[in-house]
Write a protein that binds this ligand. Structure first.
Ligand code: SAM
Length: 258
């Protein structure tokens, strides 16, 4: 489980992009006041923060299997209904929600088809299910450049965890197909591009050393010399930034109706 890490470290890792992504995804899903929503794989609550601005915390339900994340969600959103659980077995009645979100989650599911079926089941007729997954093979700069650097210093080791080749749903049509296969209709897909700011290269690098996600998991598995070489190669491939910089990230989204 690569998400059994402190919520603050995830926030500094991919979480840095998640609220901008959540804002765009919520807009695509047609969020409006009074709706009941479920955030599947809510992580540290970046999307929940966006949802709470429109709906209020008490209209939000969240599920995640990570113990530290669920603890953080309980503290951050005391009026929301937060449960520890998985997408593959959602603990809710059929038709409980107007909108169900899975932001940056379907690629981590043990059984994505079952997870998609469960998300459809708990959505009311006419409600929508929305997902987003990073463009791992293209323009998620923070991760794609990391894996390029990892491959350059330890090709065989990196290949065992490289998200560019190992993640399903990295192609734009894949989540659309998952949603259609789950029986959702009028499925729309597209790209969302967001960016994140860093104070300096260390600001980007430190959260990898907390072992967050497959990339962090790989970074901490290395011996100190190899880890230092990876750090240097990653920095070089990002243009050797000295001070503050920004990175862009593209996600593919899919939204379907029950
Ligand atoms: C990359 S994080 C995304 C978190 C958050 N949605 C965001 O946008 O920042 C992936 C999340 O999926 C969760 N996850 C992993 N396996 C899961 C499963 N089977 N069911 C639901 N969530 C899962 C992880 O615990 C983690 O919080």
């Amino acid at each position: 489980m690569t998400f059994a890490v402190a919520a603050e470290m995830y926030d500094r890792f991919v979480g840095r992009y998640s609220d901008a992504l959540g804002r765009a995804l919520a807009e695509q899903a047609g969020l409006s006041p009074g709706m009941r929503v479920l955030d599947v794989g809510a992580g540290t609550g970046k999307l929940m923060g966006v949802l709470a601005e429109t709906l209020g915390e008490d209209c939000i339900t969240a599920v995640d299997p990570s113990e530290p994340f669920v603890a953080a969600l309980g503290e951050r959103f005391p009026a929301a209904d937060v449960r520890r659980g998985t997408a593959e077995g959602l603990p809710f009645e059929d038709g409980s929600f107007d909108v169900v979100f899975a932001q940056l989650v379907v690629n981590f599911l043990t059984d994505p088809e079952r997870g998609a079926a469960e998300m459809r089941r708990v959505t009311r007729d006419g409600g929508v299910v929305a997902a987003a997954v990073w463009d791992y093979r293209g323009e998620m700069t923070m991760l794609t450049t990391f894996w390029e650097a990892a491959g350059a210093i330890d090709e065989r080791g990196a290949a065992t965890r490289d998200e560019r080749t190992r993640m399903r749903f990295g192609e734009p049509e894949e989540v659309v197909e998952l949603w259609r296969g789950a029986g959702l209709h009028d499925v729309q897909g597209g790209a969302i591009v967001v960016s994140a700011s860093y104070e300096n290269f260390n600001d980007l690098w430190e959260p990898f050393l907390a072992g967050v996600g497959p990339a962090g998991d790989f970074a901490v598995s290395l011996e100190p010399d190899a880890q230092a070489a990876l750090r240097d190669e990653y920095r070089r491939r990002l243009g050797s930034p000295d001070g503050a910089f920004e990175l862009q990230a593209r996600a593919w989204y899919a939204i379907g109706t029950k």
